[in-house]
Design a protein around this ligand. Structure first.
Ligand SMILES: [Zn+2]
Length: 78
């Protein structure tokens, strides 16, 4: 019985690690950009100060897309 319980605990902790890694990856891969003419960066958060002056909608895109657009990480939130 004792062996079974410790095995179960191990499985649960593995699942927890996988879930937290997955959400971390999703968070890392999504960035926010403004599509205004002076926007050259991407932001980690859509509440960033750098986005408060945005004249267009704020778009959530992947970090790869942002890099393809020639965007650099925002200095405020990176
Ligand atoms: Zn920012």
């Amino acid at each position: 019985m004792g062996i079974k319980n410790s095995k179960m605990k191990k499985i649960i902790s593995v699942i927890a690690i996988v879930v937290s890694c997955t959400s971390f990856t999703t968070f890392q891969n999504n960035v926010y950009v403004c599509k205004g003419p002076y926007s050259k960066v991407f932001h980690k958060s859509d509440h960033c100060r750098g986005l408060s002056h945005c004249s267009t909608e704020i778009y959530s895109i992947s970090i790869k897309e942002a890099e393809q657009m020639g965007r650099r990480p925002c200095r405020i939130d990176y």
